[in-house]
Each structure stands twice: as C-alpha cells, then as structure tokens.
Design a protein around this ligand. Structure first.
Ligand code: FAD
Length: 566
C-alpha cells in the first residue's frame, strides 16, 4: 500500500450522506472560499437510504432514482470535493490529521475543522450461522441491489426484527409475492409504539399474509441445500431464499472512539452545536447522543430529519455568530404497512414509565374525514399527557388516511410548547373530503380540557384488572353490541336508558365507583356525566372496547364474554 501526506488545510467531512452532506452543502452556502472535502467509505454519496426498501419491493423501479447527487453534480453546483471510496481509518486529533484508506493505498489528510457523520451499521446478534450468504442487511444501495436480485425468484423470506426498516422490508418482499416470516424479540411489532396501537399494525401484517412471530428470537441459521434454514425460539423452522437482518444498529464510531472522542455506548457525545470533546471536531446524525425532548434521557435518535438538520446547524455553528442550537429531537417517525400508516412522536408508555413520569392517556378512534363523505376510514390516536399541566408527552396514530397530518400537527404543538387543551384552539383546514369540523386533533384538545378541568375522569385499559376488582363496569352500548363481546362481569345499561335506571345502577354499584365503557369512548363519556351529576364517583374508559380489543390483541376473544357463550 502506498502512503502519502497531503498538507492541505481544510474542512473535512466524514460520511457523505444525510448529516455529512447537509453540513458540507450548508458550509458552502455560508462560505464560498472554504475548501470542503467529503470522505465517504462507500461507492455512493447522498443516496436515498429511506428509499432502499421501496427499491427492493420494486415501487422504485430504477436504481438511479436512489442516487440523489453524485460527486460530479456536487462539484458542479457546490464546489465540493467529494471522494467516495475513502474510508477514514484513524484520526490524530493532536496533529489534526485523518488517515484514509482507498483502493490506491493509505493517505493522510490535514484538517482545520473535522465534521463526522458516520451513521450506524446493522447490529449483529450472536446467532450461530448469521454469516450465511443469504443473510443481508438493508443499509446501502449495494444491500438493496443484492436483496432485489435475491427476491427475484424467491418464494420464502425471513425478516429478523420488526422495527421501521424490518416492517418496510417485510412489506416490500410480500409485495413481490414472497412468503415472509417476520421475527421480533419484543412482545409487539414496531417497539417504539405502545403495544395497543402496534396491534393494529400486526393485524395489517397478517392481512397481508405475513407471518408475525413476536417474543421470539432466532436461535440459529444453517445451510439447507443452498437455502438458509432459520430456526426460531417458538419452534418455527423456515428454509428461506433470503434473510433480512434488521435487528437494531450500532454506531459506526470505533475509529473515532479510538482517537479519544467521548462516546456513550458508542454514540458520540456532542453539545448543542454538535461540538465533540476533541478540538475543532464536530459530529452530527445517527451516531450522536441526543437528549430526549420529553424525558431528557440521553439516547441516539436515528432519523433522517434530525440528521439533516444537525448537519446544517453544525455548519451554522462554524460560520455564524449566534447559531441556532440543535434542538432536542422528538423522534417523530412514520411507516407504511400495507394500507395503514403508523406514526409516533415524543415518548411512549415505556419511556414515560421508565422516566417516572405521571401521565394520562387519551385514546380516540375518529374518522379521518367527515363520516358522511365517501371513503372515510377510522384512525386510532393515542396521546399521553401530563394530567396536571396538560403537557403533551407523546402521540401515536395508526390508520389508513390522515395519520401523518395529525401526528405532524401534534409534533408541531409539542415543539411549540402548546398544552393539550390548547389543541382545541387550532384552526385546522376542513372540508368533508379532508377532515371534520371537529378535527381529531381538536378532539384531543376537547378531551384533554375535560380531563384537566375535572369534567371527565379517564379510566385506562391497562388498569382494567384493578377496575374490575374495585368498580362496577357499566357497559353503555346497545344490547346487541354488548352481546358481541364485553368485559367479564360488566353490566349492560344502554346510555339512552341510563337516566331512568339510576337506582338500578346505585344498587349494582353497592357504594363502589362506576366505570363506563362503550365502543370508542363517546357514549361512555355522556354516561359518565350523567352518573357524575347524580352523585356517583364515575370514570369513562378511554378508547372504549376498540382500545380494549387492541389491548388484548389475539387474546381478546378469549378474554371478552360473548352472550351466547355464557
Ligand atoms: P448516514 O446517512 O448513514 O451516513 C453515514 C455515512 O458515513 C455512510 O454512508 C458511511 O459509509 C459513512 N462512513 C461511516 N464511517 C466512515 C468512515 N470511517 N470513513 C468514511 N465514511 C464513513 N429515516 C427517516 O427519518 N425516515 C425513513 O423513512 C427512513 N428510512 C430508512 C430506511 C433505511 C433502509 C435506512 C437504512 C435508514 C432509514 N432512515 C429513515 C434513517 C436515515 O436514513 C438516517 O437517520 C440518516 O441517514 C442518518 O444520517 P447520518 O448522516 O447520521 O448517517
């Protein structure tokens, strides 16, 4: 290998995709004279990682669509010196140099300022046989090309990990007519979501014909006549034509950590302007530690928006007198699964519980647009709020239409510091094909206002066992709905009859509190108001039986009582 020393003093950017290229491009726009070199290990820069699953599935037909920019286009428009095939294998922060390996040998480059945005690589769990040639990750253009080639003619596939990328990969492969087994260690798919909304995603995966294995680990992969025999802890054995490994990530930071860059569990520690502990070295993107906007927990956030923004703000920090700080990310994300979208912003139940935060959950199941206008579909929205202050702590949505809009509005409200009751003040666009006069987001505002003013007390499905033990569960749906499946020991009095049957309720309650339940939480709220006015200690089950069914998931039919089964 040759070895040469370049004495150019300049700004070096390591990583030529989201964070790195945003930093480089912004720097150029702020400083026409800077010598900006971008070093990228792979053969491509500025490629659309987010589009890779859709290339595998064939929705993006042409590989060239994934290559948003090339070194030539970046040189022409931004005068950037972009060098693919340049792997940074060492840094000397004292000498302010990096060691770069290329196909021609090893070189050394000097820097005035170094910006690193190395991203993450797929985690490799200690599974025997994981190095089988049919096991692929999905992180680069080459990965996507390899998977698409394997998918052509394949009949069976296994996807390891049901996070965002795993779901996209499973959907893409199923769309090609391949039988897919999706294996997830957690007890529900899409672990960033709470279990209840994730159940609707599971249902859609099953509707697509994908076999979902949760609480399951892969125990081994062996060769079976040229196929990959995947064995899982639930007894599944599949001979697959391809296996997608999407079981988490790890920061690609070993080189930087070895040079003394401060890291936490491999993720680079940065301040609000992307500065690392090393002089004149900045970092951005998936490989950095963020401070969670809701819980203040320190964790990496691996999303394109925050990575691009951080890259831009690092450049600002280098060239502006009063640069904006890199904001704490909310982790707003969305994924398409079949006909559904599932989206999240802010903290989920597990994160809030781990952080010791008190929270109440608002659950609503509205139509995406006016119910009387053709094509309305139900969406499921769940919003965690601080029951004392009304702070919006997190939101999740699943549905066929309009979920992206509602979660984006909620993310905007969170960023702007709106409290949940303030959502009712939003003037959102409305005509029957697009929404409702009472938009789902304003509905959340109404419910939150009711909670904070004591107009309603929400009972939560996760406390159902306790409620059944301590309160009268009063199902206020029609007799027919009740018969189709109800909570054990619940008593049925339709809400339209309630005012005339209060003595009966008093007798049944025997001094206990009453929790009302209906289909989605609207009639139970009316009933709860009737009962509260009559002096009962009453609460309304948030989200009604729709949330109860999702909460119990596949067990719902076993748990709920059908009248003909009594
Ligand atoms: P990257 O964009 O990964 O870039 C890092 C680059 O640094 C890599 O190209 C790597 O080769 C290079 N590099 C690393 N180390 C070195 C070194 N030592 N020397 C030289 N080069 C080096 N996010 C969303 O918000 N929405 C989505 O829909 C979405 N979909 C995705 C789908 C897939 C399949 C993948 C893989 C990611 C997806 N993401 C999505 C995540 C998003 O792509 C990342 O958050 C974003 O790209 C992170 O930017 P980054 O700059 O930190 O890292």
């Amino acid at each position: 290998m040759g070895y040469s020393r370049c004495v150019t003093s300049t700004i070096l950017v390591i990583g030529g995709v989201a964070g790195g290229m945003s930093a480089a491009a912004r720097l150029r726009r702020l400083d026409e004279d800077a010598h900006i070199i971008v070093l990228e290990r792979g053969p491509h820069v500025s490629f659309a990682n987010c589009g890779l699953p859709y290339y595998v599935g064939g929705e993006i037909a042409d590989q060239s669509a994934l290559l948003v920019q090339t070194p030539e286009s970046l040189a022409a428009s931004l005068a950037l010196d972009v060098r693919p095939g340049h792997d940074v294998v060492g840094i000397d922060p004292a000498a302010k140099t990096v060691q770069v390996r290329t196909s021609d040998g090893q070189t050394e480059l000097a820097y005035d300022v170094l910006i690193v945005s190395p991203g993450v690589v797929a985690a490799r769990p200690p599974v025997p046989g994981l190095d089988h040639p049919l096991v692929h990750t999905l992180r680069t253009v080459d990965d996507a090309i390899a998977l698409r080639e394997l998918a052509q003619g394949a009949t069976r596939a296994v996807v390891l990990g049901a996070g965002f990328i795993g779901l996209e990969a499973a959907e893409a492969l199923r769309g090609r007519g391949i039988d897919v087994d999706l294996i997830e260690l957690a007890d529900h798919v899409l672990p960033p979501l709470d279990a209840e909304p994730a159940w609707w995603v599971t249902s859609e995966l099953k509707r697509l014909g994908i076999r979902v294995h949760t609480s399951t680990s892969v125990t081994g992969i062996a060769d079976a006549d040229g196929r990959a025999r995947v064995t899982a802890s639930d007894g599944t054995v599949v001979d697959a034509d391809l296996v997608v490994l999407s079981a988490g990530t790890r920061p690609d930071t070993a080189v930087f950590e070895a040079a003394g860059m401060a890291c936490e569990r491999g993720s680079i520690v940065v301040d609000d302007h992307g500065r690392t502990n090393l002089p004149d070295v900045y970092a951005a993107g998936d490989a950095t530690v963020s401070v969670d906007a809701v819980t203040a927990v320190r964790r990496p956030v691996q999303l394109a928006g925050p990575a691009n923004r951080a890259g831009r703000l690092v450049a600002d920090a280098l060239r502006q007198e009063s640069p904006r700080r890199i904001p704490r990310p909310l982790g707003t994300a969305i994924v398409r699964v079949g006909e559904l979208a599932a989206a999240i912003t802010g903290a989920n139940r597990a994160a809030l519980t781990a952080a010791g935060r008190e929270f109440a959950t608002i659950r609503i199941h509205p139509a995406d647009h006016a119910g009387y206008f053709p094509g309305a579909t139900t969406m499921h929205l769940l919003v965690h709020i601080d029951p004392s202050t009304g702070q919006i702590l997190g939101a999740q949505g699943v549905g066929a239409n309009g979920v992206d809009k509602r979660i984006d509005v909620l993310a905007t409200a969170m960023r702007g510091g709106l409290r949940a009751p303030d959502l009712m003040d939003l003037d959102l666009c409305y005509a029957p094909p697009f929404g409702s006069a009472k938009d789902p987001v304003t509905m959340i505002g109404f419910v939150a206002d009711n909670v904070l003013t004591g107009q309603t007390t929400l009972a939560q499905v996760e406390d159902l066992e306790q409620l059944r033990a301590q309160a009268l569960v009063l199902d206020v749906r029609s007799a027919g709905e009740f018969a189709s499946g109800h909570i054990p020991e619940a008593v049925n009095i339709p809400h339209t009859q309630l005012r005339g049957r209060l003595d009966e309720v008093r007798q049944l309650a025997g001094g206990r509190a009453v929790t009302t339940v209906c289909g989605v939480g609207v009639r139970s709220y009316i009933a709860q108001r009737v009962l509260s006015a009559a002096g009962f200690q009453a609460s309304s089950l948030a989200g009604g039986m729709t949330s109860v069914r999702a909460w119990f998931g596949d067990d719902a039919d076993a748990v709920l009582v059908k009248e003909d089964a009594r």
